[in-house]
Design a protein around this ligand. Structure first.
Ligand code: MN
Length: 202
């Protein structure tokens, strides 16, 4: 069963002005589709075919660069589309709010840590909020399409929020102003989904 490109669940222009329609369309139909196709090609006929993406990443041979790059790219972008929304975003509350307060002291402090990880990632990569066993949350950053589920990458744990800081995620609208893109992203996070992912990861 090959991996397929997920639907966004909203229109390409639905996140404007935070993320423009052209960027969304290219990102989804070209970049994410490309990772999807290359992941399928890389696992076809191997013992990875038929496994879930989580199983593939968590037991990955990190020297398998085709699956590392494209499997990471497939998973990371699936997460990215889910954790942003044009509306009905909810607000940070419940057990996730408690875990964030416990780890960072306050929601504002968490947002500063997360944004800083995104802004300071050199070159292309991601920042994530991850959940560890017991419910502790942590912010980390990875290069390229590496993902915390992969062995020895980032802070480990299960990612429940991720921001893409590859230039393809923002350059058309923001050019070199990554901090402005990160700030805009912080305003469109779908906390309903992030909370669901937190509770599912426990
Ligand atoms: Mn991307």
């Amino acid at each position: 069963m090959a991996f397929t490109l997920p639907e966004l669940g909203y229109a390409y222009d639905a996140l404007e002005p935070a993320i423009d329609a052209r960027t969304m369309e290219i990102h989804h139909t070209k970049h994410h589709q490309g990772y999807t196709n290359k992941l399928n090609a890389a696992i076809e006929g191997t013992n990875l075919a038929g496994k879930s993406i989580e199983d593939i990443l968590s037991s990955l041979d990190m020297t398998n660069t085709a699956v590392r790059n494209n499997g990471g790219g497939y998973y990371n972008h699936c997460l990215y589309w889910q954790v942003i929304a044009p509306n009905d975003r909810g607000r940070l509350s419940g057990p996730l709010r408690e875990a964030i307060d416990s780890a960072f002291g306050s929601v504002d402090s968490f947002k500063e840590h997360f944004a800083a990880a995104a802004k300071t990632r050199f070159g292309s990569g991601w920042a994530f909020l991850c959940v560890h066993e017991g419910g502790k949350v942590e912010v980390c950053s990875t290069p390229n399409q590496d993902n915390p589920l992969m062995p020895g990458v980032g802070c480990g744990g299960t990612p429940i929020l991720g921001i893409d800081v590859w230039e393809h995620a923002y350059y058309l609208n923001y050019q070199n102003r990554r901090p402005d893109y990160v700030s805009a992203f912080m305003g469109i996070i779908n906390w309903n989904v992030v909370e669901q992912k937190y509770e599912a990861a426990l």
